[in-house]
Design a protein around this ligand. Structure first.
Ligand code: PMV
Length: 329
């Protein structure tokens, strides 16, 4: 007799993009306007348990042990519908998800959340699936989640079809000892999430220019990573982050994620690099916190300087991490 339920847990890490994803060519399938490149963050993670059950009448979700907002539940249900179609099940799911880092503040909790959810949901039904296909399924929940399935430094390809827009490792986590020292200037949940940001990206006059030149920056970033050339990585990461925020600020409605402390950290980072010779650069996602990517040897010096900047800054630190994994029962 078939078991009344199937259960599995998976763990995934958020990623920080060096070449950003902003805007879609297809919103429903989350096919991105441009290819992007990121690194996973080893010490931050989301752990998710999925239990598919014939007895449940509706999908259920807890996040950090609490009931989610209606919007969060709907987004997860929509993703579970996509998974049900692919996995050939009508069962509803109980989903329990926990993060060890603050959500919705420019540390991509949706990336690790949808990567862990997808991985656990597939594993719970004991179905074999290639990593490539897992990345395309995770992408349907949150675009950047595709990049949290493979490990290390990851490229996600822009393409016109669901199958072709997948993510893959371009270098393993131990290829280059980099750390992300994150300046948390606010842990408030962001007011405008990335889904509506992607939808308004094309209203900026700058978005076509950003998208047209993204492949150039991607090639540059890949070479910098291959050669472990920090100066080159710093130039391209900061330029790409500035470009994405220029698009955000000039979209309709305009999106301003920066706060005064955000700018203070960005200016300080340039100074630490240019005047003091620390191997550090900044990049920001859709939030006010500043990700300072640095050579692991310089991470303590960066964190100490960051702490001196303001008592209001909280600091998170993580080396480059591996991919999403199914946890033993
Ligand atoms: O996956 P989403 O919809 O949360 O979009 C992420 C967008 C950025 O974090 C701003 C950039 C990126 O490439 O991660």
């Amino acid at each position: 007799m078939a078991s009344p339920y199937n259960i599995a847990s998976a763990r995934a890490q958020p990623n920080i993009a060096i070449v950003k994803y902003w805007g879609n060519r297809d919103h429903r399938l989350r096919l991105p306007a441009n290819s992007s490149l990121s690194m996973n963050l080893a010490d931050l993670h989301t752990t998710t348990t999925v239990r598919w059950s014939a007895d449940l009448l509706d999908d259920r979700l807890t996040i950090n042990g609490k009931s989610p907002t209606v919007a969060a539940l709907q987004r997860v249900q929509t993703h579970l519908d996509s998974l049900r179609r692919r996995l050939g099940t009508k069962r509803r799911a109980q989903v329990d998800s926990r993060n060890n880092f603050p959500m919705g503040a420019g540390i991509a909790s949706s990336a690790s959340a949808f990567a862990a959810l997808t991985m656990a949901a597939v594993a719970a039904l004991r179905q074999d699936m290639s990593q490539r296909e897992l990345t395309t399924l995770a992408r349907l929940g949150s675009g950047s989640a595709a990049r949290s399935i493979p490990g290390g430094f990851v490229e996600w390809r822009a393409a016109d079809s669901h199958e072709e827009s997948y993510a893959e490792t371009i270098a393993p986590a131990d290829h280059w000892q980099l750390d992300d020292v994150i300046a948390i200037v606010s842990d408030q949940h962001k007011r405008v999430g990335s889904t509506s940001g992607h939808a308004s990206a094309s209203s900026s006059l700058f978005q076509p220019a950003r998208v047209e030149t993204a492949m150039q920056r991607l090639r540059e970033a890949k070479q910098a990573i291959a050669q472990r050339d920090f100066e080159r990585l710093a130039r391209v990461a900061e330029a790409d982050s500035n470009l994405m925020h220029a698009v955000m600020m000039t979209s309709s409605p305009p999106l301003f994620y920066w706060q005064p402390l955000t700018l203070a950290v960005m200016a300080a980072v340039r100074n630490w690099r240019e005047a003091e010779g620390l191997r550090v650069c900044y990049t920001l996602d859709a939030g006010p916190n500043v990700h300072c990517i640095c050579a692991a040897d310089d991470a303590l010096a960066v964190a100490a300087r960051m702490a001196d900047l303001s008592p209001e800054i909280a600091i998170l630190r993580s080396p480059v991490g591996g991919g999403a994994v199914v946890l033993p029962n």
